[in-house]
Ligand binder design. Structure first.
Ligand code: ADP
Length: 313
């Protein structure tokens, strides 16, 4: 009996329901017609009985359908609520872990910088400290990437709108990235106007620029990286252009998907998790915009992203 029950339950719900419905319906038509035929020979009375029989069938199937779907919907709703609860717990756990990881990482970075700034430090020690510093920053970037990806994927990343002055934001980016540039590469800012403000999410905007500029630095060995924006009717078009190695047109879409690195060998040499551009894409989409690339191998890359904005000039 138990085996029969588990076999019955292993059949998907929609098949079970339709089969039971067909069997009961078939039996009902078969037997009820025989019974009705035995009750009377009067044609009028038979028609009347068939009429009641039809109504009885419709009412009783509606009743059972209601009971069945109610029972199963309750199960589904319970499962959905549990999945949501699990998702919340997972996000809370990830936030917690990432906070726990970030705090000591920031301490390592901060104190290494302090130690490096000490006046009587030996050259060799300073080189070792630089290695610690670079590795810690790399590790922090990975933690941030994994954290952002999981928040975006689980739908727990939200937009916090504030007023942003674009030119100071670009100047800050320049201040941050200038020391990281290779010797033969220059960093240029190309804002369209002298002063412009938008209502948007500063943290996300900065994060997108950081990912794009970091990539440009990684893949550009000579020439320039240009960062700026142009104003469109209801949006701002931001860009990061470089004179680096470029990307084959056939890969222009796939690089925006998770873990996609154009060449694994190259990725090994340049590092990175393959999450940077997918984070940019998800964040831009969350802000209601679009991101794309124009590039050819050997001719550099131009990354564009547009963000719809309520402007406040
Ligand atoms: P990663 O962490 O590997 O940089 P991304 O998602 O940021 O991951 O980038 C995915 C891949 O796209 C990179 O591994 C690289 O092959 C390619 N790519 C991204 N930006 C550039 C660029 N400016 N120039 C050339 N290739 C790029």
């Amino acid at each position: 009996m138990k085996k029969l029950k588990s076999l019955y339950l292993s059949i998907p719900f929609e098949f079970r329901m339709s089969t039971v419905y067909l069997i009961i319906g078939g039996l009902w038509i078969l037997f009820s017609d025989i019974i009705v035929a035995q009750l009377t020979n009067n044609q009028n009375a038979l028609t009347q009985l068939q009429h009641y029989k039809g109504w009885f069938y419709v009412a009783s199937t509606a009743f059972f359908l209601f009971i069945f779907t109610k029972k199963h919907l309750r199960k589904l709703r319970e499962a959905e609520a549990m999945a949501k609860e699990n998702e919340k717990l997972k996000t809370a756990f990830l936030e917690n872990v990432s906070h726990e990881l970030r705090t000591p990482m920031n301490a390592i970075i901060g104190f290494t910088e302090l130690a490096q700034a000490s006046p009587d430090i030996q050259k060799e020690t300073s080189q070792y400290l630089q290695i610690i510093l670079n590795s810690s920053k790399q590790l922090l970037a990975i933690v941030n990437d994994v954290m952002d990806t999981s928040l975006l994927e689980s739908g727990n990343s939200y937009i916090k709108v504030e007023s942003i002055e674009l030119n100071p934001l670009l100047n800050n980016l320049k201040g941050y990235f200038e020391p990281l540039m290779r010797d033969q590469v220059s960093l240029k800012l190309l804002p369209e106007v002298a002063d412009f403000s938008i209502q948007s999410d500063r943290e996300k905007l900065v994060r997108i620029f950081h990912n794009l500029i970091n990539n440009s630095i990684k893949f550009t060995h000579k020439g320039s990286i240009e960062v700026g924006y142009t104003l469109k009717q209801k949006s701002v078009l931001f860009f990061v252009k470089d004179t680096g190695i470029g990307i084959k047109p056939s890969l222009h879409k796939s690089i925006f998907t998770r873990f996609n690195q154009v060449e694994i060998e190259l990725a090994k040499r340049t590092g990175g998790t393959g999450l940077g551009l997918s984070i940019c894409k998800d964040m831009v989409q969350l802000m209601g915009g679009k991101i794309w690339v124009e590039s050819k191998p050997g001719l550099g890359s131009k990354f564009f992203f547009s963000i719809p904005v309520e402007t406040k000039a």
